[in-house]
Design a protein around this ligand. Sequence first.
Ligand SMILES: [Zn+2]
Length: 304
Amino acid sequence: MNTEKQTVRWRSTEIAIFTTLCLGLFAKPCAMRGQGAAVATPPPTVVDKITDDLYVIRGEGGNTSVFLTDEGIILVDTKFERDHDDLVRRVSALSNKPIRYAINTHPHSDHTGGNALLSPAVVVAHKNALTDMVKGRMPGLPQITFGDDIGINLGGKQVVGYHFGRCHTDGDTFVYFPALKVLATGDCITTGNGQGVPNPPTSSRINIDYNNGGSFVEALATIDQALKLDFDVVVPGHGPLVKKADVVRWRSGLERLRNRVSAVLHESKGKQDVSEVLVKEFEWDPAGNPLRNVLDGLIKELKP
Ligand SMILES: [Zn+2]
């Protein structure tokens, strides 16, 4: 799944390296408020062009989609707080219009950290994401929340946020650009580890935040709902852009994972055995966040 070579219309235009340290003031957010914790040497920032009016800013934190209209800009996710200045600089290079809205795909600080600094832009998120952020005493709470879906119409263009159920958290939003056939998925679907390293092409990795209501079992149904939308290009929560067919393939890998882990648990085997299966057969990083944070919850969900 070497997405850089695929035929969708994007191109990388900028690269810069940052050396801000995750220390002092940032230590608490890094450790507590986001699964994709900021690292000492952040990955390079990359700007992908999908169309003339839709760009994706990758690098540190979650992927940020930038949708340009004549009446202002709509962002999807706002990265870490420390990324704000760089994010605004890069958005300004694409358009001189103001940022009017930011839609959060879920509550984690690598996707919501810049919220408060974007005022007077209005922040939109699923109602459970707000609850999770309040519980986590996080800054930049969304001003507008929704249940099943919400539309934003600006400058004659439309964006729709959908909540299809639990996946990475209980407050996930898929952001759909119907005219462009593009879907931004948040961390329900990621193609990178959050630190600039792409996942192996054949891996079936998924990161579930059980503390914020995520569910591996329900993720499959949630992804199925998303796949009913008409889209070609996928902006994952982290990592390079992919296409719909990649998500279909990845989803079948998750189903295989579910069945395999269920079978292991049915044989009354334990955590160590499940861990080995995930690493050997599904390319989970033995030292990565998903294995560290997800294993107990996954076993609890799939245990007979
Ligand atoms: Zn996340």
